[in-house]
Design a protein around this ligand. Structure first.
Ligand code: PGA
Length: 245
């Protein structure tokens, strides 16, 4: 059976003190979980350096929630991919819908961020997904294809593995999730679309949006999925554990 990937996106919900407590109160169980699952913890930038020494040389990976599209320079408040690599990040989320809508990130900027990550051998977790309005207009595939356009063009020149997380905007933090049929059909299309353009790239496909211990069982039955991106439910260890096991 394939090992599923579970990415914990703590957003801006977990302080350094809470990050430390999450690790120190639960590390035995956390390592136990990683026997059967690939786990990536994505705290905020300020907690990366805190978790990093504990996770180095373990089966649990460290991930960032964002990175700059620039290599270095006068970009006050930004964090570059080289620094993330030095801190021990092996994954980084890019293109999350909160970044796209609240911080006006374009598909081109997200593609540049991916390039910075690939140069540092950090695996990008590329988020895509349609709004409720786009879904109602039956534009889901069109929207996701346009979100991936620059990304896939760029990937033609690389061999790095990537992760794509399909997170419908209307499912994030709302308690609503697509039906199993909708997800099967979406991921079949997505996989084919990506494979047609970059057949040489290894891709893991994740679903994200309102994942909870109560709905994970049926999501795990979707065999085309390689794992999950979990937001709010991932910052409480017991809830996260009940999703992973
Ligand atoms: P949620 O968030 O699990 O809280 O819906 C998912 C995400 O934003 O990655």
């Amino acid at each position: 059976m394939k090992k599923l990937l579970y990415v914990a996106n703590w957003k801006m919900n977990v302080t350094p003190e809470q990050t430390s407590a999450f690790y120190h109160d639960n590390y035995d169980e956390l390592y136990e979980l990683s026997d059967n699952a690939d786990i990536v913890l994505c705290p905020s930038f300020v907690s990366l350096g805190l978790l990093s020494p504990f996770l180095r040389n373990t089966e649990i990976s460290l991930g960032a929630q964002n990175c700059s599209e620039h290599i270095s320079g006068a970009f006050t408040g930004e964090v570059d991919a080289t620094s993330l690599e030095q801190l021990g990040c092996s994954f980084c989320i890019i293109g999350h819908s909160e970044r796209r809508t609240l911080f006006n990130e374009t598909n081109e900027v997200i593609a540049s961020k991916m390039q910075r990550l690939l140069e540092q051998q950090i695996t990008p977790i590329i988020c895509v997904g349609e709004t409720d309005e786009q879904r109602k207009q039956q534009k889901t595939q069109e929207v996701v294809a346009s979100q991936l356009h620059s990304i896939l063009s760029l990937l033609k020149a690389y061999n790095n593995a990537i992760v794509i997380a399909y997170e419908p905007v209307w499912a994030i933090g709302t308690g609503n999730i697509p039906t199993i049929e909708e997800l099967n059909s979406m991921f079949n299309w997505l996989k084919q679309h990506v494979t047609n353009q970059v057949p040489h790239i290894s891709v893991r496909y994740l679903y994200g949006g309102s994942i909870q211990p109560t709905n994970i069982k049926k999501l795990k039955d979707i065999s085309i999925l390689d794992g999950f991106l979990i937001g709010n439910a991932s910052s409480d260890f017991q809830t996260f554990k009940n999703i992973v096991i």
